[in-house]
Design a protein around this ligand. Sequence first.
Ligand code: NAD
Length: 740
Amino acid sequence: MDIKKVVVIGSGTMGSGIAAHLCNANIPVTLLDLKTEISEKARDRIHKSKPPLLIDKSKINNIKVGNISDNFDIIKEADWVVEAVVERIDIKHQIYEKIFKERKDGAIVSSNTSSIPIKILSENLTDTEKKDFCITHFFNPVRYMGLLEIVKNENNDLNKINQLKKFCEVELGKGAIICNDTPGFLGNRVGVYAMQVAMTEAFKMKLSIEEADAVFGRPMGIPKTGVFGLYDLIGIDLMADVLKSFIKELPKSDEFHEVAKEIPLVKRLIETGYTGRKGKGGFYRINKAGTTKVMEAINLETGDYLVAKKIDIKSDNVDLNRLINRKDKYGDYAWSVISKIIKYASSLVPGITKEFNDIDEAMRLGFNWTKGPFEMLEEIGVKNFFDKVNNFKGNEFLKNLSKTKNEDFYGERQKYTNIETLGKVKRTASSVDGNDSAKIYRFNDYNIVEFTTKANALNYDSMDALKKATDKPLIIINESMQFSAGVNLTYTMDFADKNDFKSIEKFIKYFQETCKHLKYSKYPVVSAPSGLTLGGGFEVMVQSNFVASHTNIVVGLVETIVGLIPAGGGCKEMLARWLNTDEAKANPNYASLKVFDIIGYGKTATSPVEAEPMKYLRPEDKKIMNRNSLLEVSKNILMDNKNFKAPEELKFNLPGKSVLEDMYKILDKLYNDKIILDHGVKVARELAYVLSGGDTTIDKTLSEDDLFKLELEAFMRLIETQKTQDRIKYTLGTGKPLIN
Ligand code: NAD
């Protein structure tokens, strides 16, 4: 079975996401909806989507659009028809009747339903039709969420299901997990339960929503939106519908009912239009007081909104044992929530799946958790867990484990895929060392460094781990959402607050030295980024010898936004790339001006296709749809470079003053047009100085060290200014830029 053409029916949130993602994989796709709905609307929505659903926006017209009245004939050509219409069984049944009348013999038909059992979806189909029918449950937003649940029925042609799984894995880059036909499948069954536990326990234990989100978030290896933030994001009304469907489908004995009871405050929020971010607000809301916007949080007891408090529970790394053993309300809450999630998830084995491992993977891929419930149990320790838990009636999994007390119960990871993933491989390392900011996994013929800080922000220790790991070929890769959001600004500001600029200088020098070391050490270094690869993260990547990039990368040098300039080699490397163009050979000012434009505006790219024209990525860098494959591709690069020789050091001939004057003119205009303010000019002038080569002329040759020195000096001059410090503090506090 070859999937060469796909038709998606229903062009709403999911249908357009699925169509866009097929377009990302260069698969011809047609999107159909009701005659009254379609037109250019769906395309327009895809085009404007944020974060972008398309890897390459210029391909938008590759998505054909039509309506089910005039264009249904197209079904005849499709190898796969995906139904993504509203969650109504009558409408879905009508559509299947039409599809099966028209479809090509043997073409696959699947539904994106999130809650209707396949038994019911397929009840009107003949046995032959059932052979080709299944559920393909994508998550929103389709490009970014790794999970695809495939639900089969008892008549399915298994060979075909496996081929579909392979197609979705290889071509669409999804983590495709085959599930049983149970309500909510794996991801939502456990994920929604987890959200409900986190919410109901917050009510019971009288935590504020900010406190609950601060615990049920990064400290537990869960995205920082937490539970109330996630509720607002999904839509409080939509969550209520999801709960209703679970209540209807699940047997009365299911623990889910305990956490799905209607909460009066939630009911009132929905009734008054507070349905979350798409409504007037939700648990959080933005209150516009005059010209300023204030984030407010609801008080769970009174229902009143108060200015949201920033809660720091001082737990930057995920350390579950430390978290659940805290002697405060946060520790109590964390234990209560985690233990209930572990108990519930394990009670579902083997009912919803015999592979408990798949539940963890569904949570990782569908909810971006760093660890699923069973890995949480593994981390807490079987003995520790049973020291605190002795009530697990009806839970076969825990009953058995309580007898064996096997601390190594977990076994292999990521069983759903044959790909040699980082998750699988790192468990087989011959030794593991590192520090609080990064782990080094050592193997016979190569090392892996995985950053482990919040957003993988870089500090002295991160650099130390990189440096230590260059005694063999090295792969820099990680499992968390971001490759690295850049240098840790809090760490830098801690020094600045104490006027300890010497320590900042020492750190930046060490950063430069490490990056140089990555580039010129005896062994090849591969960076395998996914997610944010910004600032210092970009500088690590760009000074690695090879790159294997996921297609979901957000890459760029954004330092100017916080009043700094790239000082870990970012200016230097971007100059080198742009100097190596025909235009630069003809015009000595060309490269400096180009890089000035890119770094000056802190431009970012949201895919490799956008990154290449800016030269953040090169044509020879590998671009990979399936994130799970990054390690395999990186290892192949090492294999292909057994006789690696470090590159020659770069040399620079830069124009100095002549281009500087051009840049100043650009700045004068921006200043006069009030696009930048005083400090913007100062930052840009420092950047201009570095990119012009400083006090030089085109006939003088500068070394990489000369460029590093220029970067460092400019960086230090800027970090010492109050206005740069104001920018950093503002961005750290609000996540937004300060224009000063
Ligand atoms: P949506 O409301 O955004 O879009 C549904 C689309 O179906 C609309 O464009 C509507 O015009 C169209 N439609 C309705 N009747 C039709 C018909 N007879 N023929 C053709 N088109 C018709 O819904 P959605 O959120 O995209 O959900 C679609 C499916 O995906 C549902 O089954 C839902 O349960 C499931 N799902 C949704 C999400 C999510 O986060 N939104 C996630 C996973 C699965």
